[in-house]
Ligand binder design. Structure first.
Ligand code: M6R
Length: 609
């Protein structure tokens, strides 16, 4: 995730900024840069990779100065590169901008700037558009120019801006992306996050949406969306650095679980056009292309593989194209039937999983068109694919994948609906209803996350168990696999997931008095069958924890305990039902005293076979 740090005072800005950027390193980034005001002009230096690379390129005294803005970039528009790294400047390098977030109408603004002013863009980013736009409006008053530019921008962002001709100020704006101003002695700061400046300032202003700040060495002025000055009370930061990095959560996993409404929203809403229809980020997938395809092959590992299982369901149901889902390490060695009529979809959070990368190469060699669903821009899988559909989950730091999974699911539904509509395989009314139901998911999930209390209580009761079972049918079976993986990888409990109908073919022999069986029963069409499965395991003494949709009260009569998720169509329940399962694993692991964010024997990115 991108990070912003700005400093204005008497000290050397680059030192303060480098220090601040290092404090944000834990969030992940691919490049970094700093701009300073110097001798009536601006100096900008950038580097790809670690902050130490940036440290080297700013080391010489020619880059000393008391005012500057810096940035760590997590690529969204354009590959990680020096030219795409921030700060970005306008044409004559008199305005520099750092930016977190996304400008939704940047293409529109860019085209206008090219058409009306003949501006030549240097990068692929949406951020450069902001710098160029402010440059057009600049007439000696940076605050005014920023206001004019912001009035034209749509999206969610925080920006920091400096101008060569006004080296006594930094102007910054917040719109749906975090921004703070830190109060110093004879100096002031801006930042996207508290950890960036908390070693230097513990008195901060939280900037609200649509507010602009004008920061000089001795004052911080805040203006509301109507450009009226407003006062905020300064907040005193009392947290330690570690807890500030986790945004106040005990673990990154819990933070990332709570970021899921935002992740789904980013992934979905930014891919809806003005009429509310799904667009695929410029990926050319026409009806003719789809007519040439006779099957889809989804390949991934671990949690991403579980997302692929839901992808199979979504694409088969909505686009009516046969789908095979494979574990990458299996796919590679089974000489799979893949040819130029195959659409190959690789799913990977990191984009670096070696088995998935090799499977992708194998599919390419056989002539398949390769589309990847990846979270890390510019990663190996993204670079080697014909098309990339990014999950905009932001960096996932905890080894246990949570928000990557739900954003991958979101993309699976989007692909299914997009292809189904293009092929005429679904009714327009179904398409419209599903898109509108998908749009409701972030709010439903946020509502669930606000209220959930039961999960911790139940986890505290079962955390000493040595084994657990997760069962479900249809989509619930796929979510059971993910629930079980979460449990085993962070709590080290021997958990097992199985399609509920398979129980009686062997596994039921393991169910004993007091065995915990988590029953996912969210599918209306399979509800009665699941009630029978509940009876079946209870007859062997199992304790049943059910997950059901609000309103399905019948399950209460059967199960020992029920967790309710908000109501939604059967097709979309995995987006909601997995969340109590993630929380259940989290609280069980916590009660067992496990190292939740870094479980034993596991790595975040598996780059070995
Ligand atoms: O980066 P990827 O999505 O390719 O990683 C695949 C798996 O290694 C990953 O999902 C793993 O299963 C997670 N740790 C599970 O939480």
């Amino acid at each position: 995730m991108c990070g912003i740090v700005g400093y204005i005072g008497k000290n050397n800005a680059k030192e303060v900024i480098i220090d601040g950027l290092k404090r944000l390193e834990y969030r992940g980034y691919d490049s970094a840069g700093i701009a300073i005001c110097k001798d009536g002009g601006l100096e900008v230096r950038k580097a790809v990779g670690a902050i130490v690379n940036l440290e080297q390129v700013v080391a010489d005294p020619a880059f000393d100065g008391p005012v500057g803005i810096g940035h760590t970039r997590w690529a969204t528009h354009g590959v990680p590169s020096e030219v795409n790294a921030h700060p970005h400047t306008n044409e004559d390098n008199t305005i520099a901008v750092v930016h977190n977030g996304i400008i939704e109408n940047y293409v529109e603004i860019k085209e206008e700037l090219i058409r009306e002013y003949g501006i030549e863009f240097r990068s692929e980013t949406d951020t450069e558009v902001i710098a160029q736009l402010i440059g057009i409006y600049y007439d000696g008053d940076l605050h005014e120019a920023v206001n004019k530019a912001v009035a034209q921008m749509r999206g969610a962002y925080a920006i920091g801006v400096i101008a060569a001709a006004e080296p006594d100020k930094i102007v910054a704006v917040r719109k749906d992306a975090p921004l703070i101003a830190g109060i110093g002695k004879g100096c002031n700061y801006i930042a996207s996050d508290i950890p960036a400046i908390m070693e230097r300032s513990r008195q901060v202003y939280f900037i609200e949406n649509d507010e602009t700040i004008v920061v000089t060495a001795d004052k911080i002025e805040i203006f509301d969306g109507n450009n009226k000055p407003v006062e905020h009370e300064a907040f005193t930061v009392t947290w330690d650095v570690d807890s500030a990095e986790r945004g106040g959560y005990d673990h990154f996993m819990l933070k990332e679980i709570n970021e899921q409404p935002k992740g789904i929203e980013e992934t979905l809403l930014r891919r809806l056009d003005e009429d509310g229809n799904i667009k695929l980020d410029g990926i050319e997938l026409t009806k003719e292309d789809l007519d040439k395809i006779n099957k889809v092959c989804i390949v991934a590992c671990g949690t991403a593989y579980h997302a692929g299982l839901i992808g199979k369901y979504a694409i088969e149901k909505m686009a009516k194209i046969p789908v095979e889902v494979d574990i990458a390490s299996e796919f590679r060695y089974r000489d799979p039937f893949v040819d130029e009529k195959t659409l190959f979809i690789a799913i990977s959070q990191s984009g670096e999983t070696l088995d998935t990368l090799h499977a992708l190469r194998e599919a390419k060699r056989k002539g398949a068109r390769v589309l990847s669903v990846v979270n890390v821009v510019g990663s190996s899988i993204a670079r080697e694919s014909d098309d990339v559909f990014y999950t905009w989950a932001g960096p996932e730091i905890s080894v246990a994948s949570t928000k990557a999974y739900t954003t991958q699911l979101t993309i699976m539904y989007m692909l299914g609906l997009y292809m189904g509509r293009l092929r005429g395989a679904i009714e327009e009314s179904y398409y419209q209803r599903m898109v509108s139901e998908l749009k409701e998911i972030p709010a439903k999930l946020a509502r669930y996350l606000e209220k959930q209390k039961d999960v911790k209580r139940i986890a505290d009761r079962f955390h000493r168990d040595n084994e657990m079972f997760f069962i479900g049918r249809g989509l619930d079976a796929s979510v059971s696999y993910e629930a079980s993986l979460k449990m085993k990888e962070i709590s080290y409990i021997n958990s097992f997931a199985i399609a509920a109908g398979e129980l009686k073919h062997g596994t039921i022999a393991l169910i004993d008095q007091g065995t915990l069986v988590v029953v996912l029963a969210t599918q209306d069409a399979l509800f009665e069958k699941m009630l029978s499965n509940i009876k079946e395991v209870q007859a062997r003494g199992a304790y049943v924890l059910a997950v059901a949709k609000e309103g399905d009260t019948e399950v209460e009569k059967q199960a020992d305990e029920v967790i309710y998720i908000p109501d939604c169509p059967d097709e979309l329940t995995p987006l909601l039902s997995v969340v109590p399962m993630q929380l259940f694993a989290y609280y069980v692991a916590k009660a067992r005293g496990c190292n939740i964010d870094k479980p034993k024997n596991l790595a975040k990115s598996v780059t070995v076979e």
